[in-house]
Design a protein around this ligand. Structure first.
Ligand SMILES: CC(C)(COP(=O)(O)OP(=O)(O)OC[C@H]1O[C@@H](n2cnc3c(N)ncnc32)[C@H](O)[C@@H]1OP(=O)(O)O)[C@@H](O)C(=O)NCCC(=O)NCCS
Length: 184
């Protein structure tokens, strides 16, 4: 049985990541233009079998318990994983991470993908507040927060894969803010 629900949006399917998705995961994720924007906790150069190891060690033991990782797939090509949205219970301080393969940027896909994940977090998982973060200067990721109603609450020193980023912007969105936004 699947440990996390599958979501459908207008153009996308979000579902659990399976071993069969590893080739497309590697194809789009192992790209400095994607990974450079992520936390320095992500290794670069990216190791061989890194995705498999990430799934086995960091995701599957926690999937549906205190972490939730969805693969993102286009409805028009549902065989190929093009990105992920990751949610976790314990704030770091943020609760979410995401990436999308470069050919799929700028189509509004991530803004579309995070909608059902936030609905699920607030309505089913009991989150009262979600904290998000992005490298200061990562305008695309910042826009996803702005477009989904998050409030900027601070800036703090943080290490990213790209040494050009030295600070993160931290954002907050409460359940009541999200629900009010959905009903307006
Ligand atoms: C961040 C990321 C997921 C955004 O995905 P996406 O599907 O392209 O995002 P969307 O299309 O939903 O929104 C992107 C917004 O950024 C805007 N944008 C793009 N380039 C921009 C720039 N240079 N300056 C300002 N805004 C920019 C787009 O116009 C769009 O806003 P709009 O709808 O108001 O026009 C994707 O760029 C990515 O995977 N980047 C690499 C990994 C990463 O940064 N992950 C996040 C770590 S916090």
């Amino acid at each position: 049985m699947e440990k996390i629900p599958t979501f459908e949006t207008e153009r996308l399917i979000l579902r659990e990541v399976r071993y069969e998705d590893i080739p497309s995961y590697e194809k789009y994720f192992i790209d400095y233009e994607v990974i450079s924007h992520l936390s320095a906790a992500v290794p670069w150069p990216y190791p061989q079998n890194g995705v498999r190891q990430f799934l086995d060690e960091m995701i599957y033991p926690h999937q549906g318990v205190d972490q939730w990782l969805w693969g993102i797939f286009e409805k028009k090509n549902p065989q190929e994983l093009i990105g992920t949205v990751h949610l976790w219970r314990q704030g770091r301080p943020e609760h979410r991470g995401f990436w999308l393969g470069k050919p799929f940027w700028g189509k509004g896909y991530m803004t579309e993908a995070v909608g059902p994940v936030m609905d699920y977090a607030f309505n089913e998982l009991g989150f009262e507040k979600l904290v998000f973060a992005n490298a200061r200067g990562n305008q695309k990721s910042r826009r996803v927060k702005e477009k989904t109603g998050a409030r900027l609450i601070g800036v703090k020193p943080t290490k990213f894969v790209s040494p050009e980023y030295t600070e993160s912007e931290v954002w907050e969105l409460t359940k009541s803010e999200w629900l009010a936004r959905q009903s307006s």
